[in-house]
Design a protein around this ligand. Structure first.
Ligand SMILES: [Zn+2]
Length: 298
């Protein structure tokens, strides 16, 4: 399995000289299975450049695009994904839906004529939609599994398993706390119920989902100090990422969804603190900070 980061930033693009190393585009990860089959995780602004590279090969595109949830930073690149405009290309969009909005409507809204000149139904590629709850589905030779995470919409984390290799992608997720869930009612009750089912550690379901993964990409928006003022906003601090990676026994943790206020130096500092913490606690996994353009293979 191989991956390449095309967008690593949370919430809003952050172009500029202070963010060139880790990148300014919003979430998009290219995943390649061993025979080069393509799975794309999220359609943030990073998907534009991925689309341009796919177009440059001249080959037709057959890909799955797994959307974590419809917040802007995870879908706003889709209208600029050129392969969607080309007849003969086949795209299957996977994602959550709620009783208020179907997956197809969710993607159509991104291209509503109030906001964009071309509408979803005008795209020339053959586009299919698969709405997912918590389940597993076959994607090429791989199994794609999904988990509802603690975020303020029906947001999914994904796991890709193929031939003994695994990748877990949880772009937006907050440590679940029962008291916070009672007072801040912005997470769907279905999701709150799922986290509350565990009598002990409510985040155990996330640890279980990531169990033994080769690579875990996880929301590391805040420092622990910043998190105190953002409880209920749907994001994690890096110490929680370390806890998940340890509890799940993953091999490699990748800090992701960098906060818009964190420049390259700030992310260097977070990574440094994580590595120090890993050493102090005798944890056994590698830790990286996602950077645009970086590839990983395992
Ligand atoms: Zn996000």
């Amino acid at each position: 399995m191989k991956l390449k980061f095309w967008g690593t930033r949370g919430s809003i693009p952050t172009p500029g000289e202070d963010t060139v190393r880790y990148g300014g585009n919003t979430p998009c990860v290219e995943v390649r299975l061993s025979n080069n089959d393509l799975i794309i995780l999220d359609a943030g602004t990073g998907i534009r450049a991925l689309g341009d590279q796919l177009m440059a090969t001249g080959a037709s595109v057959q890909a799955y695009i797994a959307i974590s949830h419809p917040h802007w930073d995870h879908v706003q690149g889709f209208p600029f994904f050129k392969p969607a405009f080309i007849s003969g290309n086949e795209l299957t969009i996977i994602g959550p839906q709620s009783k208020h909005v179907t997956l197809r409507q969710m993607m159509a809204h991104v291209m509503d004529k109030v906001y964009f000149p071309i509408q979803l139904h005008e795209l020339k590629a053959n586009i299919k939609f698969i709405a997912m709850k918590e389940e597993s589905t076959k994607v090429f030779d791989a199994t794609l599994s999904s988990l509802f995470v603690n975020h303020s919409s029906m947001a999914l984390g994904y796991r890709v398993d193929v031939a003994g290799h695994s990748l877990v992608y949880i772009s937006d997720n907050e440590p679940f706390d029962r008291e916070v869930a009672m007072s801040v009612k912005n997470v769907d009750p279905i999701v709150v119920r799922k986290f509350s089912e565990s009598k002990a550690e409510p985040n155990q379901r996330v640890f279980d989902f990531a169990k033994g993964a080769d690579v875990l990409i996880h929301d590391a928006t805040y420092t622990p100090e910043e998190y105190v003022n953002h409880v209920g906003w749907g994001h994690s601090h890096y110490l929680f990422c370390l806890k998940i990676a340890h509890e799940a026994g993953v091999k490699k943790l990748v800090l992701f969804h960098h906060d818009q206020t964190h420049d390259d130096a700030a992310i260097d500092d977070i990574l440094h603190k994580c590595k120090r913490e890993i050493k102090t606690r005798n944890y056994r996994f590698e830790c990286h900070a996602a950077a645009e353009g970086v590839e990983m293979e395992w």
